[in-house]
Design a protein around this ligand. Sequence first.
Ligand code: HEM
Length: 362
Amino acid sequence: MASAARSASRAFLRSTPSVRPAARSARFALPSQGFRAAPRRGYASEAGSGKSSNGFLWAGLAVAAGGGAYFYLQGGDAVASKEFVPGKEDYQKVYDAIAERLANETDYDDGSYGPVLVRLAWHASGTYDKETGTGGSNGATMRFAPESDHGANAGLKHARDFLEPIKAKFPWISYSDLWTLAGSAAIQELGGPAIPWRPGRADRDVAACTPDGRLPDASKDHRHIRDIFYRMGFNDQEIVALVGAHALGRAHSDRSGFDGPWDFSPTVFTNDFFKLLLDEKWQQKKWNGPKQFTDKSTGTLMMLPTDIAMTKDKEFRKHVERYAKDNDVFFKEFTDVYVKLLELGVPFTSKAEDRYIFKTSA
Ligand code: HEM
């Protein structure tokens, strides 16, 4: 039923090629996402990142193997120490709080913070270098300059700030676990597959920030894509599956310089990115901005040079075709590789079989 509603809304949207309003209306036509027409809230997304947990001074957060034994100072003195080892139901509460906030805070972009949460989890993880073992989701070093100021991370403050109230409510979770859990939750809440997740990341300080240039540059070609993703330890099939996340969200001219959504339902996770990549005729956009492509049919969608590069390279294209043809195959292979991405460089003591699968809202 839910997917019928999605297909119907997409069919409608395709015949109504006005991107922003159409994309916005998509969310109202999609009850399965749990979006509610909630009153607008006064939450300021610009509220100081990294200043969470006000009222408490978190003196130390010692995240033990896969969990959270923690110690803190309250009010600056009187050391209160308490040990708490969270279990699956505690992490489900974090998931639920993220899902609730996603459902309530709809006054953003196309109606959801979900896409930018997926991007935060990816950029936190995609700095991994398999040769040196540096970078990756273990550390959440994007809280600090210089990493927060790297060009590739422009706009991710919105995602980090969105999660601050969750961190304040569940101070025992590390930022590194929170950001990755939010990336999994967003995929699930936007109609995507269940993304198994496990805790075990510890936050690190500014010294662990990664150098600029580890994330992909959208203006480059297939060789650059391979250089960047092979460094993380991915193969061609995995790279293509991962980039399918561009079904979600949009590019912003004040962040990356690129502009527009990849498909007509940017708040629903589907294989539409691949379908459109093959079915549409993409032409270079005539504008005063970086080189990007626009669809011939409506002129309202966009593809990055790196997206188009995946149709030109024989090996990449094979997988683009597989995913365009079969949504189930895409969901399955995306799940596997997104789990791998979010776990890059994490010294887990838990086993892969111990991953949690969270209950999706509604
Ligand atoms: C060749 C690899 C990739 C390149 C060059 C690339 C580049 C970009 C660029 C330029 C944007 C627009 C940012 C903005 O202006 O707000 C973007 C957005 C996005 N990317 Fe990627 N990306 C790549 C791979 C990935 C992967 C692997 C994922 C996740 C698994 C991902 C998820 C997203 C999402 C969800 C958005 C939308 C964010 C929003 O709506 O705010 N991307 N990407």
